[in-house]
Design a protein around this ligand. Sequence first.
Ligand code: NAD
Length: 496
Amino acid sequence: MSEIPEFHNLVGGDRVPARSGRTFESVNPADRADVVGVFPRSGAEDVSDAVAAACRALPGWRRTPQPARADVIRRAAQLLRDRKEELARLMTREMGKVLVEARGDVQEAVDMADYMAGEGRRPSGETVPSELTDKVCFTWREPIGVVGLITPWNFPIAIPSWKLFPALVAGNAIVLKPAEDTPLCAARLVETLIDAGLPPGVVNVVHGIGEEAGAALVDHPDVRAISFTGSGEVGRLVAERCGQQLKRVSLELGGKNALVVLDDADLELAVDGAVWAAFGTTGQRCTAASRMIVHERVLGDFTELLRSRAERLRVGDGLREDVEVGPIINERQLRRVHSYTEVGVDEGARLVTGGAVLEQGDLANGHFYAPTIFADVLPGMRIAQEEIFGPTVSVIAAGSLDEALAHANSTAYGLSLAVYTRDVGRAFRAMRELQAGIVYVNAPTIGAEIQLPFGGIKSTGNGHREAGTTALEQFSEWKTVYVDYSGRLQRAQIDT
Ligand code: NAD
């Protein structure tokens, strides 16, 4: 067997191991015997080193003209294009999503880099009229300082890119703590920035476990903002710690997204959307649809079509071009997904298909789960309320548009909801009434484009948005400037 490569943290431009010398492994979820690499299991002292490096790099990067900062990002975009296939293959190996989706994940980073490079030359403030004569008022954006980025494994290149590129164009210095399941994808993404000419220390990478390296980053007093994407459970902890320090925090958390399929919908189109939204990325997307809320008149046909499509999906190693559904990320998550099948059965839902760990033949060495459908699900059941983060979907009946919308809105989450209808009035009612940051009409719950705001309401986050120009809000402060050239004291609200 070939030797397992060892990787390091990136601190101030240097590759360094954890001070403790401790390590952890990144393992291929389709084949447990395939260890992708060994990474530093960093602690608070390693985080401190990285934050100190970022503090040193900050003044120079902050003073670099914004178009010049954008030039680095533009060059990184080109490198990502050049390396797209290599990165996609690495991603499939490291976290399992099928190759065609892994290419899409890298493309999202290319798109984000192109977009944020463009922001380098766009105006970032306003000139506003003054109520007094010979007085000029304007605003500009300033970087926050050193920001900490904490990212999940399910979009291991796209999500770090959603944070890195806007944070960089805005002039911040960064410490990134990527997910422990996908450290190499994040390291390779950052390498494109280094190869594009980013000065040392502007982006630092500290690998490690969430409760150790992640928590130390959140707690570090010199880190002025945290941008976190991950589970609601951890997001709450992170928000509490940031709240104690009055530290800015943006949270992108879980979802329990739904497709509403009305009785006038194009049923084939709705089933195409349902298969993609429920089983794409093995259901491991924050925007995956795990609930199908279907009008009673088409419920039988819809469920049958969905079942037959789900049973034909090819499950396996995503590096094989004919595979449609890859593995679950790790053993712990596989067990969790299966435990929800038991919950569904205990709650009285009807298991239509799936519900089993797949271990036969080639699947024996990985974490595979059969695409799973429950019917006769009531909206209040746990399988219809809690994020499972796997290929498990609940079909819920609704007797009317109002009932369908109420079911769709009945969870704690509010990320992405979709409606299938051919009636323009019902479509607009749904657009207005659905409680989510993102709504789709006649398209599934996944398919966000990077030039629009991305994020959710209710327990999916704390009001911030990624992507679009809204991403810059997370990573900059507004400064308001008043210039009085009248040569005398003018009092606002009084001398008007
Ligand atoms: P997770 O919350 O377990 O981990 C996310 C990151 O937080 C990892 O880097 C982890 O190491 C770190 N972390 C863990 N404990 C920490 C702590 N105590 N302090 C600081 N950092 C800590 O999530 P995951 O399993 O990696 O990702 C799946 C979750 O992410 C799902 O809930 C999914 O819906 C969500 N997600 C949301 C979006 C979105 O944009 N809304 C996008 C993708 C994923």
